[in-house]
Design a protein around this ligand. Sequence first.
Ligand code: FE2
Length: 168
Amino acid sequence: MNVLRPGLALDAMLDAIHRATRAPEAERPGAVADAMVPFLRDPTLLEGRDCPSCPNGYKRHLLHEGADYAVVALVWRPMQMSPVHAHRAWCALGVHRGILTEHFFEPGSATPRPVDAVLRREGDTSHGVADPRLIHRLANCSAEVSVSIHAYGLPFARFAEGLNHILA
Ligand SMILES: [Fe+2]
């Protein structure tokens, strides 16, 4: 009998992400996002991992720490959202469960103006290089909890001070 071991899909995704982080710098965010795709819709992806939501805001859960990157699961209750921000490190994300809305903002003004919004559904990805002009916000505008997988090009311990340039 073939018994699936909990964590198998996550291990395979993390291996694929690790290989993608070795891509040339300019191609890295897209390569990492592409590496997530085969695993994002697997319902067993986070089996055995305790990833609760939080009533006070979206919640990060560390899945893996590499030498120069980290992979986290973000859990979003309805109407929870990130700040408006740009990244100081490359980033790639994919939606595992639910729907997120990614808003993009025009750079250059004190109060960033929204210019576009894209629905990210299960299996969808997005990515970006470290660029202060690439301003976005993720939000769960749905009525269900959403879960997304994010990889960032810096160690988890530096997330608090080094990851996001928050604009609003
Ligand atoms: Fe972001």
